[in-house]
Ligand binder design. Structure first.
Ligand SMILES: Cc1cc2nc3c(=O)[nH]c(=O)nc-3n(C[C@H](O)[C@H](O)[C@H](O)COP(=O)(O)OP(=O)(O)OC[C@H]3O[C@@H](n4cnc5c(N)ncnc54)[C@H](O)[C@@H]3O)c2cc1C
Length: 469
């Protein structure tokens, strides 16, 4: 769903500032947007580590949702389905009273540095011209001229880009792709397994989507073939278990070519060939900011899936702090990490925190790139943040308390369980005694939050919900 949030006065001390946050929310009358979520999708991490710092992702109370085992269609599992995440974000949006700050169904079509006469904000900083239009109209516009006529143009002191990066499919380049006559699709378009009944399906990519969708298809498809960039890397204990359990699942190396007659030839030198009905590319997504014109100061490297330069994945040195990005990092705890980025940006824009100089930030980005290269990390993994770095960033740049030890321990347990068994890790109950005890305390604390939402007056007498176990 398209949305632009415009916020006056981020924090207090500085002179009044108008900030445009381009992001998502749950609208009353939404314009339909095709997301990348398939029906069976469940979280990869448990709800206890997923919530905002002051609004825990606690299961909804039955009384609030109409009772029954499945109150109001809510999903109480520790690793709930994607709809539960949407409902949690909607609860948060309501509890935080964000209604007045959000313009729903608004598509931002252009963001560019304002010409000099428009500048002169606090400290004579850069300002930004933001053009937007009704998202429904945008969808119906048949040409640029028509779109132009419906655009609204405003000037902002700062822009925060938070448009996500799971909507522009990334496709591999495979010989014969262009001429292949049978079904080819990206996982972005996958929803349910029904239309794959009795088919032979080749899934390209063994990441989270590839493995998840393979499990979805195994029940209905005749054969499911997973193609991995590196069979050695893909052959985890979890993969071995999946292969042992499902006779119709097979693992292959990369595809060498697709043939006119429907054959898929794998690059294993041993003549591995499959006659497939469908090839599905579970090959991830690209960074894309078609609306953003920074005159080349921030660029997306499409081949390497990197956007930069960005100091700590957030501020472009030459345009900071008036331009910033939330949500670029991958493999982080969401939305916890993005909240930390948001707090950091708000702190800087309000003058409570200072950034290093442009030169220092640029040097830091260069050093980061060099260190990753020396460590042999492919450029495409530039924005993968390791767990220790994620915690460090959260604590260094905003006032977050240190992430509790039990949460770190829990994440390590989940990570182990995931690589051990993809099919069961979400429903396992083998936490350590310490984690189990802390989980009980977390659920007890989080229960206060549920009461707060139902009965704000009674909640005023209760202790605050901040989890500081
Ligand atoms: C299949 C799949 C499974 C996943 N599983 C997990 C998981 O288990 N756990 C986890 O933590 N993460 C998971 N993720 C990642 C998670 O979805 C993202 O990290 C998260 O959605 C990022 O939030 P965001 O707000 O940055 O971006 P998004 O949720 O992508 O929101 C961006 C919003 O910006 C809007 N927008 C874009 N362009 C414009 C514009 N020009 N004008 C106005 N609005 C615009 C879009 O419409 C969109 O609504 C998964 C992702 C996928 C695809």
């Amino acid at each position: 769903m398209d949305m632009a949030a415009c916020v006056d006065d981020v924090g207090k001390p500085r002179a009044s500032r108008k900030v445009c946050v381009i992001a998502a929310a749950a609208a009353a009358k939404p314009v339909r947007v095709h997301s990348s979520m398939y029906a069976s999708l469940r979280l990869l991490g448990p709800r206890e580590v997923m919530g905002f710092s002051d609004f825990q992702f606690v299961p909804a109370r039955k009384s609030r949702c109409g009772g029954g085992d499945n109150p109001g269609g809510r999903d109480p599992r520790r690793f709930p389905g994607h709809r539960e995440v949407y409902l949690y974000l909607r609860d948060f949006y309501r509890a935080a009273g964000l209604t007045d700050s959000v313009r729903f169904n608004t598509r931002v079509v252009r963001v560019a540095v304002a010409p000099p006469p428009c500048r002169g904000g606090p400290g004579d900083a850069l300002r930004w011209v933001v053009r937007s239009m009704d998202a429904g109209l945008w969808k119906r516009c048949t040409d640029d001229q028509m779109a132009e006529a419906h655009c609204v143009e405003e000037v902002f002191d700062a822009v925060v880009v938070a448009t996500g990066h799971y909507s522009q499919p990334k496709l591999p380049s495979i010989q014969g792709m262009g001429d292949w006559k049978r079904r080819q699709m990206h996982s972005h378009w996958y929803r349910v397994p029904d239309s794959f009944r009795d088919e032979v399906v080749v899934l390209v990519g063994c990441g989270d989507s590839g493995m998840d969708i393979a499990l979805d298809l195994l029940a209905v498809a005749r054969e499911v073939h997973l193609s991995a960039k590196s069979v050695e890397a893909a052959a985890t204990p979890a993969m071995s278990k999946m292969l042992a359990r499902h006779a119709n699942l097979h693992l292959h190396p990369q595809i060498e070519r697709l043939c006119d007659d429907g054959r898929v030839v794998f690059a294993d030198g041993g003549g591995g060939v499959v006659a497939a009905d469908t090839v599905m590319y579970c090959t991830g997504y690209r960074y894309s900011f078609p609306f953003l014109d920074t005159e080349g100061k921030v660029a997306v490297d499409d081949d390497d899936n990197r956007i930069g330069p960005l100091f700590e994945h957030t501020f472009p040195p030459s345009l900071a702090p008036s331009l910033s990005f939330v949500g670029i990092p991958r493999k982080v705890m969401v939305p916890w990490f993005f909240e930390a980025q948001g707090r950091w940006i708000a702190g800087v824009l309000s003058g409570r925190r200072a950034l290093p100089s442009e030169e220092e930030m640029t040097r830091s980005v260069e050093e980061f790139y060099r260190a990753r290269e020396l460590a042999g990390v492919p450029k495409a993994h530039t924005h993968d943040v390791e767990p220790h770095k994620m915690y460090e960033l959260g604590e260094k740049y905003c006032d977050f308390p240190r992430t509790e030890e039990w949460k770190r321990e829990l994440m390590a347990i989940i990570s182990r369980n995931t690589s051990d068994d993809m099919e069961t890790f979400r429903d396992r109950d083998d936490d350590s005694d310490n984690v189990r005890r802390c989980l009980q305390e977390w659920y007890a604390l989080a229960e206060h939050q549920a009461q707060d939402e139902e009965d704000p007056a009674a909640a005023a007498a209760q202790a605050p919900v901040h989890s500081s176990l």
